[in-house]
Structures are given as structure tokens and as C-alpha cells.
Design a protein around this ligand. Structure first.
Ligand code: ATP
Length: 248
């Protein structure tokens, strides 16, 4: 999955690179064809947000870093789009926060699970969960409910980027602290999140990692303050305002 040659000066460099990565993900059996549609939806919102990390999304990334650092057991959930777009960045975030990585698919097939686990390992991941699938998220049908009992099943904090709304809601109902990355502030996933990061995953994951590195020596009290100060509803409103006003 080598990146094609796109000159960095191209005005739509990031967008073209992203498309290419998703396309290559589909070809490699990592991303489902439905992932192409999800990417298209995301791109439209990114365009309206100005293709940049807005201040409220940066605050959310900092709050997410504080949650991950303070967690007893944090898990980063990886689906086919996440694996295609930010495999190395997810491995860096896991290293910066001590979180586990778990592959968790809406359209689960053994083949795709294995392809994603291998892809993450190629990017430096050591232990990737998800293949055991001995736990269940209550309230979802069998295939969509599968998780590892000692992974997402036992986690107190879960990062679920680009998640389907039903599963995001079901995870939140389990009492987990849910950190969501989703460009659509109106999606059910973003609405269900303790911390919704309304930003492109390409920018958001490295940004959470940068905040986590900066907060590595923060005290428990400082981390708690950052978590408490974050207002999810205000962050969603700020993103929606930005989309509606086009940055005015
Ligand atoms: P809902 O949560 O409202 O039920 P959905 O489950 O139908 O939405 P999908 O079509 O599965 O959502 O798409 C997943 C979400 O991921 C969309 O809201 C889309 O905006 C978002 N998304 C897609 N690509 C990216 C990206 N690169 N970065 C961040 N978010 C993205």
C-alpha cells in the first residue's frame, strides 16, 4: 500500500491522499466497499469545516488525551477505514497513552479481521486484539456485538473513530467513556460521545497523540480538570456553527 505520488503543493493534497489510501485499503481487503461511502460523507463535512482542526476540536483532542491517560484500561477501536487511513498513527497513540488496540468491524469477516491485524502489525503494533471475540456488546445483533472480553469488553475508556451510530450508542449504554472521532457533529456517534472530536481522523489522531505526549507528566488533578472543563454539547454546537457559517 505505497502512497501514490501527489505533489504536496497540490491544493487538495490531503484529500487526494486520503482517497487514495481508502481505495488502496479496499484493494488490499482491509476496507469494505461501504467504507468508500463513509469516506465520501466525511469529506463533504471536512470541506464545510474548512479542512482544518477547529479550536473546539483541538479542545476535544486534549480532553480525549486526558481521558486516555487517566483510564484504567483504554482501548483504541480500529475499523477498515481507520486501518487504511492512520495505521501508524494509531500505533503511536497507543504507545503514547498505554492503550490497547482492538480491531472491531461492522461488517465482520475473518479474512478482513486478519488482514487488518497484519496491516497494523506491519506498522509496528505488537499486540492487536479483536480475533478472540469472546465478549458481547448488549443490545446489538450477534455479528455486530462481538468484542474481546479482555479488550473493549473490559475497557473503561474506548476511542471509536468513524463508528456506526448504533454501536456507538450501545457502547455508551454500557457505561463506557466514549471518545469519538467523526466529522459529522449531527451523527449519532458524535452525539453519544463523552468526547466528540469533530475533525478528520487524519488530523485528529496525531493531534490526540501530541496532547498525550505533552500531558505525559500531568498530575491526576490536572488531567481531571481538563476532563471536567470539556463541554461536549458546546463542542458539537461550535462545529455545527462552523459548518453552517463557513467559518464566519
Ligand atoms: P450515524 O452515526 O448518524 O448513524 P452512520 O452510522 O450512518 O451515521 P457511516 O456512514 O457509517 O455513519 O459513516 C461513519 C461516519 O464517519 C460519518 O459520520 C462520517 O462523517 C465519518 N467519517 C468518514 N470519514 C471520516 C474521516 N476521514 N474522519 C472523520 N470522520 C469521518
Amino acid at each position: 500500500m505505497d502512497d501514490i505520488e501527489i505533489p504536496e503543493s497540490h491544493p487538495r493534497y490531503e484529500s487526494l491522499l486520503t482517497r487514495h489510501r481508502i481505495e488502496a485499503g479496499v484493494e488490499a481487503g482491509i476496507t469494505s466497499r461501504q467504507g468508500l461511502i463513509a469516506q465520501g460523507r466525511g469529506e463533504a463535512y471536512d470541506y464545510l469545516l474548512g479542512e482544518e482542526t477547529i479550536p473546539s476540536a483541538d479542545d476535544a483532542a486534549r480532553a480525549a488525551a486526558a481521558h486516555l491517560l487517566a483510564a484504567d484500561h483504554a482501548v483504541l477501536s480500529v475499523n477498515g477505514n481507520v486501518a487504511a487511513l492512520v495505521p501508524g498513527e494509531i500505533v503511536d497513540l497507543a504507545a503514547a497513552t498505554g492503550a490497547d488496540i482492538e480491531v472491531n468491524l461492522f461488517n465482520r469477516t475473518d479474512e478482513r479481521m486478519r488482514a487488518i491485524v497484519e496491516h497494523l502489525q506491519d506498522h509496528g503494533a505488537e499486540d492487536v486484539k479483536g480475533l478472540t471475540a469472546d465478549g458481547r456488546i448488549p443490545g446489538l445483533d450477534h455479528e455486530r456485538a462481538k468484542v474481546d472480553a479482555d479488550g473493549i469488553g473490559a475497557a473503561d475508556v474506548v476511542l471509536v473513530p468513524l463508528e456506526d451510530g448504533d454501536r456507538a450508542e450501545a457502547l455508551a449504554e454500557m457505561g463506557k467513556t466514549e471518545l469519538v472521532i467523526d466529522l459529522n457533529p449531527l451523527s449519532r456517534s458524535a452525539q453519544a460521545a463523552t468526547v466528540p472530536i469533530v475533525d478528520n481522523i487524519i488530523r485528529a489522531v496525531p493531534n490526540v497523540t501530541a496532547h498525550a505526549r505533552e500531558l505525559a507528566d500531568a498530575s491526576d488533578a490536572e488531567l481531571a480538570q481538563i476532563r471536567d472543563d470539556f463541554d461536549a454539547e458546546a463542542a458539537l454546537e461550535a462545529a455545527e456553527d462552523r459548518i453552517r457559517s463557513g467559518g464566519d
